[in-house]
Design a protein around this ligand. Sequence first.
Ligand code: FES
Length: 180
Amino acid sequence: MPRRVLTPERELEGREGAGSSLDLTPLAEIVAEHYASSGDLIPVLQRAQRHFGYLPDEVVTEIARLTRLPASRAYGVITFYAQFSTVPSGRHKICVCQGTACHVRGGHGVLRAVESELGIKAGTTSDDLEHTLVTAACLGACSLAPVMTVDSQYFGKLTGAKAAAALERIGGDGGELDDD
Ligand code: FES
């Protein structure tokens, strides 16, 4: 079982006791630095997500209060851009393509193998916050179908066994786009 590793970049300290005990005080500085001059919510949300790891309701509500915008405006931005998440996400994001080209070449079997390897279903995150598994309608590498990504790395022409082997390398040297 992979061990949980918290990276400084994610600044997860503030997530202890996620819920009502989140320390929201950094948001005042984030809003002052990133919103006051531009009036743009996106950099505020990006910075807040980097700090907290995701954008829980209390963070969004506090951003709305500080910017004097309705929370619905912030949620509109959050739901429009895939980069934002209102639920905790894992340290590694695994995306298995279920688009047509991948599907006809066994993409569904690859997904089942990945789910089995990680012990989680698509659309969920492991309890230790190591892995988030999602699917996509196309990852833009159809000639290498079936395809998955692990963080920013592509793995192509997969079988279930190849996908499982690639996942075992998470935290090691990683993988590269495989077009053999
Ligand atoms: S359909 Fe899977 S990469 Fe395009």
